[in-house]
Design a protein around this ligand. Structure first.
Ligand code: FE
Ligand code: CA
Length: 506
């Protein structure tokens, strides 16, 4: 053994350990039984000029893999046939992360497609397609989705989305739902109770990845994701929660939900270096055309106003003095500062601010809803201030959450329509979920003249085409989310012109 260098010895024993991992675990038995380790699919995300993150999670046909660490190798190629492989390497898929694998790739060429695949347990994954962001762009196509309830609708809108071939899919939260809604008809059922622990959330995420339309959209397109409330629990705000549980108790549930989220999403592992305080806010860009700050409106926010202590809940509010407290926050001080500082130096033609909940004031017959930015008016004024700094040429906000398409003018002082229109708000409806009560939003446009369009009945997604002189907006609606062959078509189209906030008819 003395002829072996220390480095050689380490390498040799690592190789031996990896070989043993395959052999000792009886995993060949899994393979002989025809179990697919890549049943949860592959995904990519957060494209930069020179790379992206690749994701997969090993499973036994979707069930957790009963195995210690498993070696996984990856390949990235410039062509779909893998004739020109430009990166390859190896990772260990560890049971401590549910055998999920995240690989951050760097050093590639900007603005071109790449193909990738994984190898593990004698199997090869489906081939994924992704892309690096361009250095300059004259066009960017971006799809925005939110709110996909597995039980309440088929995810057929993704077929139309994949056919539209966007450069990027932005998921604005409620990627999973933790809860069932007994009052609405189901097209299929969850495979277990509401998750409250790590095992439960992993199972729920794995169930989502069993949906072929969702899996295919991940395989073929790079995504940029952020969460809203249902990734943990409906309406939670920091540690305020639906049952008003003690903070340390809910903190454990939230931690489990956050971990499972990261395990199943193509998010860069550098963002969750601190699992107790994962960071999801970040900025992507598509050349000098689109700047895309992505916000986390849940982890740091003040509890909804005028609720009991620790009590989360979206309530109609009127005459709630606490609502206007200047220290109430949606983003937390650190994220607010990060956003304002970044936008001070914005260089993109279009700033698409990706976040969760509606920003424009929406008066309902019972007041404003306390979970939206209406419940955080001081924070909303600060947000509008950050968005209207001189460097931001064309501010446009993207949101979801309320299961309705909304297109709104955002005013300099949002509650005062006599102040100038300074930004454009685009809210995408649910991809598949229940719709808002007609009593609450049915007359939304009549009550709120700055809402330029509202549809509270359809499911679908938002398709944007950014060009230097215009942003084209297509609201894509599904014919019937209960139809497994539902068709998706344009419901309405708008345009935002360069340096002219607010939509025009297309
Ligand atoms: Fe939702
Ligand atoms: Ca929500």
């Amino acid at each position: 053994m003395s002829h072996l260098t220390r480095r050689g010895l380490v390498a040799a024993s690592a190789a031996l350990a990896l070989a043993r991992a395959d052999a000792v675990l009886g995993l060949e038995i899994d393979r002989r039984a025809g179990l697919d380790p890549f049943a949860l699919g592959v995904a990519s995300g957060d494209p930069s000029l020179d790379g992206f993150v690749l994701w997969t999670r090993l499973s036994a046909d979707g069930a957790p893999l009963d195995a210690p660490s498993v070696p996984v190798s990856y390949e990235v190629a410039e062509d779909a046939a893998f004739a020109r492989i430009v990166r390859k390497g190896r990772r260990a898929a560890s049971p401590s992360l549910a055998h999920a694998v995240h690989v951050e790739i760097a050093g590639l060429r900007p603005g071109r497609p790449y193909w990738y695949r994984f190898h593990a347990l004698g199997a090869v994954s489906p081939v994924g397609r992704t892309a690096t962001a361009p250095r300059q762009a004259s066009r960017a196509r971006i799809a925005a989705t939110s709110c996909q309830h597995f039980e309440l609708g088929w995810f057929t809108a993704y077929r139309d989305l994949v056919a539209a071939a966007p450069d990027l899919v932005v998921q604005l939260g409620d990627y999973i739902y933790e809860n069932s809604y007994a009052q609405f008809p189901k097209v299929r059922a969850f495979d277990g109770p509401e998750p409250t622990d790590l095992e439960g959330y992993r199972r729920r995420h794995a169930l989502y990845k069993s949906d072929p339309d969702l899996r295919e959209a991940h395989r073929l397109l790079p995504w940029a994701v952020t969460w809203d409330d249902h990734e943990v629990e409906n309406d939670y705000a920091d540690l305020a929660n639906l049952k008003a549980l003690e903070e340390p108790v809910f903190a454990r549930r939230r931690q489990a939900a956050y971990q499972a989220y990261f395990e199943h999403m193509p998010v860069r592992p550098s963002l969750w270096a601190r699992p107790d305080a994962p960071r999801l806010y970040r900025r992507l860009a598509w050349g000098d055309l689109v700047g895309l700050p992505i916000l986390d409106g849940r982890q740091y926010r003040s509890a909804q106003a005028c609720n009991a202590p620790r009590q989360a809940g979206n309530r109609p509010r009127r005459d709630c003095v606490e609502l206007d407290a200047p220290d109430r926050t949606m983003l937390g001080a650190a994220q607010e500062t990060w956003l304002a500082d970044g936008l001070k130096r914005e260089t993109a033609r279009w700033t698409l601010l990706a976040q969760q909940t509606p920003i424009a004031p929406i008066q309902t017959p019972e007041g404003v809803m306390s979970d939206q930015w209406d419940g955080y008016p001081a924070a909303r004024r600060r947000l509008i201030g950050a968005l209207t700094q001189p460097a931001v040429r064309n501010p446009v906000t993207l949101g979801g959450d309320i299961h309705a398409f909304l297109v709104a003018d955002l005013h300099a002082t949002p509650e005062r329509p006599e102040t100038p229109v300074v930004a454009t708000e685009l809210v995408t409806t649910c991809l598949a979920a229940s719709h808002a009560p007609r009593a609450r939003y049915g007359e939304a446009r009549a009550r709120n003249p700055h809402l330029r369009f509202a549809d509270i009945e359809r499911s679908g997604y938002l398709l944007l085409d950014a060009q230097p002189d215009r942003l084209e907006i297509d609201l894509r609606a599904v014919s019937d989310q209960a139809d497994p062959n539902g068709k998706t078509a344009s419901l309405a189209r708008f345009v935002v012109e360069d340096r002219r906030p607010g939509v025009q008819s297309a």
